[in-house]
Design a protein around this ligand. Structure first.
Ligand SMILES: C[S@@+](CC[C@H](N)C(=O)[O-])C[C@H]1O[C@@H](n2cnc3c(N)ncnc32)[C@H](O)[C@@H]1O
Length: 378
């Protein structure tokens, strides 16, 4: 089957609209935004392009079918009625994972076994095999997701989550997911020619994502995807997508991106990660505490993921950091400032009300993204 396929780009809560924007920018049609996911139509090449290019999506899944199922029989029969053999070859490995929310079929292990049995029964019959399938080929990870008695059956095209770009060889204790870091950059009006500072850089995720965006480098260029092994996405399509990515990358785009941290070990880690990302000397890394920050050029963008002070005893220190940052940035009104934190009184301590706030989840932590728009100076 050469398509068209319905793809589902999954998104963390709050990032759906950004994922949809990226999907549209890649030229896909029939884009629908739902809670936690964006669906769209694609050909086989689009499976490679989606995986290579989507910066803020968690995964790309291929939709096999959706139907209502309130009993195990319904789940079995309707799963068996789907054309699995059009996606999965005879020797494909088909582990089944599942989830169930607000549904009568709430035993996830049972749903998984039933779906597995239905697929195996269907495939064995189509391929003229008896009972078991060899399952010694490429990986086709099937998911059965039940929501309010509606089953969605998908196959994961990504393999590891898309946040695993392949450049993070070391990290600090609270790194941002690369997908969220990219989202923080996309939510600003930063353009590649503008100065950019992350004063709490940790393992360097935000500056690295900004540099990839700035030079239009595909975030998935240095990793592999499950669907690279799939018959329905032949190697020549991956080659085509990679060549396109190489052609449109703008390695000549000058950047003025800096990452600072009070901890010199973080700076060493950031340097290693940037090197791994192929960005070698593109980012200015420096050990510096926020108190000493002094932006040299006007009209820049500061994007930071500071400590949140969630641990008892850290509060005073964190408040001092926010207060220092507020005082410094108050002297640089042409700069736009973007801070993600779960600290409720951020604006009060920082000393200024944000122009805009946006609710975001950093993993399971509910945070706000405080946005202060600078007044551009000529
Ligand atoms: C939540 S982590 C940032 C994680 C980072 N976004 C990443 O993806 O790895 C906060 C960072 O702020 C740094 N930090 C703490 N106090 C600081 C200060 N006064 N000035 C600058 N950096 C500070 C910590 O060393 C830590 O690396």
């Amino acid at each position: 089957m050469s398509g068209p396929y319905t793809l589902i780009a999954t998104a963390a809560a709050g990032l759906e609209s950004l994922v949809a924007k990226e999907v549209k920018e890649l030229g896909f049609n029939e884009v629908n935004v739902e809670n936690g996911r964006v669906t769209y139509q694609s050909d086989a090449l689009g499976i490679s392009r989606s995986n290579l290019w989507l910066r803020t999506a968690d995964r790309v899944k291929l939709l096999v079918g959706e139907f209502e199922a309130k009993t195990f029989d319904e789940l079995y029969e309707q799963t068996k009625a789907l054309p699995w053999e059009s996606f999965v070859p005879e020797n494909g490995a088909i582990p089944v994972v599942g989830k169930s929310v607000k549904s009568q079929l709430h035993s996830v292990p049972d749903c998984q076994s039933i779906v597995k049995k239905a697929i195996v029964d269907r495939m064995a019959k189509k391929h003229g095999l008896v009972g078991k399938l060899p399952e010694n080929g490429a990986l086709y990870r099937v998911e059965v997701a039940l929501l309010k008695d509606r089953a969605t059956l998908t196959i994961d095209t990504s393999g590891e989550g898309l946040h695993r770009r392949g450049y993070r060889i070391e990290q600090n204790e609270a790194p941002l997911k690369e997908t969220l870091a990219a989202a923080l950059v996309e939510l600003t009006n930063w353009r590649p020619n503008d100065s950019f500072i992350d004063p709490f850089t940790g393992s360097g995720t935000i500056p690295i994502e900004a540099a990839l965006i700035g030079q239009n480098i595909a975030p998935g260029f240095n990793r592999e995807f499950a669907s690279e092994e799939w018959e329905i996405v032949p190697q020549k399509l991956w080659d085509e997508a990679l060549t396109e990515a190489e052609d449109v990358a703008n390695y000549d785009q000058p950047l003025d991106i800096s990452g600072y941290d009070i901890d010199h070990r973080m700076i060493e880690i950031s340097e290693k990660n940037a090197l791994e990302a192929g960005l070698a000397d593109l980012i200015n890394w420096k050990q510096m505490q926020v108190r000493d920050l002094n932006p040299a050029t006007p009209n820049g963008y500061l994007i930071g993921n500071p400590p949140y002070g969630e641990r008892l005893g850290d509060r005073k220190e964190v408040e001092q950091i926010y207060r220092d940052l507020g005082k410094i940035m108050n002297q640089h009104p042409s700069w736009s400032v973007y801070i993600i934190t779960s600290y409720k009184d951020f604006e009060k301590v920082y000393g200024k009300q944000a122009t805009k706030k946006r609710k975001l989840y950093n993993g399971y932590i509910r945070t706000d993204y405080y946005q202060y728009f600078g007044k551009r100076q000529k």
